[in-house]
Design a protein around this ligand. Structure first.
Ligand SMILES: [Zn+2]
Ligand SMILES: [Zn+2]
Length: 255
């Protein structure tokens, strides 16, 4: 099986004081140990100016497995020009478009979890997927990250059916030739599910939408976590290929 882990954060939001070549090597070694055949570093675009691009290039050239340099980019409406300029500046192999804020509310951050209590959950879902749809249609991204992360703390919509609101988003993902990320980090969150859910992935397969994998590891020991298991499961759904990127160009490997 050709397994990839395209969602990795060696910079760890700046928390890791030892950030550098050694940390990056630990990520690569753990990938090899977990039989991951290709990886990608995808630290957040807000830290792009703090990343050690030279060290990443060095590791890329010395890694025993293909290593790509991507960016996970926060999509915020109105920020399109800024994002475009970052992509031109850093020329990542791929961009993961992610939503982490609804009108400034960091809804996936445990520090702001209380905010859910005062909110209409149906409306949270609608606003989240509307933002995601705008990200899909921005033309700025190769991969859509943690598609249904709004479920992170287990809050589910009451009156609306999630499948109804995600369907038009998936249609746009298909129309725009984007790739969906299967992110295993949801298993570590209160929701205890991958992003997106298997039901959404089944619909994505019917639509002909390609997938790739990411653990969202912020430390080396999580690299490749649960990817083999979910790749095997998705093979049963019908998925036979996985998307990889090189300077924005997609190609496919058999899983
Ligand atoms: Zn993210
Ligand atoms: Zn991430």
């Amino acid at each position: 099986m050709y397994l990839v882990d395209y969602h990795l954060h060696p910079y760890e939001h700046g928390k890791n004081k030892n950030y550098g070549i050694n940390i990056m090597e630990d990520f690569v070694n753990q990938a090899v140990e977990n039989e991951i055949r290709e990886i990608g570093f995808s630290d957040h675009d807000e830290f792009a100016h703090k990343l050690d691009w030279e060290a990443m290039e060095y590791i890329k050239n010395h890694s025993p497995i293909p290593l790509k340099i991507g960016l996970e980019i926060d999509y915020i409406p109105g920020g399109e020009e800024e994002i475009k300029n970052k992509i031109l500046k850093y020329e990542p192999d791929y961009t993961i478009g992610s939503i982490h804020y609804i009108n400034g509310w960091g809804f996936d951050n445990p520090a702001f979890i209380d905010e859910y209590k005062g909110r209409d959950i149906d409306q949270c879902y609608q606003e989240y997927f509307e933002l995601l749809r705008r990200a899909v249609n921005s033309g700025l991204f190769n991969i859509i990250g943690h598609f249904d992360i709004i479920k992170i703390f287990g809050y589910r919509p009451i009156r609306i059916n999630v499948m109804d609101i995600i369907k038009p988003v998936l249609e746009d993902v298909r129309r725009r030739d984007l790739v969906l990320e299967v992110n295993t980090n949801g298993l570590n969150k209160p929701v205890k599910e991958i992003y997106p859910s298997l039901a959404i992935l089944e619909m994505a397969f019917q639509f002909g939408i390609p997938i790739t994998f990411g653990s969202d590891a912020h430390e080396a020991k999580r690299v490749g976590e649960n990817i083999k298991e979910y790749a095997a499961l998705l093979k049963k759904t019908g998925y036979k290929e996985i998307a990889v990127f090189n300077k924005g160009e997609v190609s496919f490997k058999k899983i």
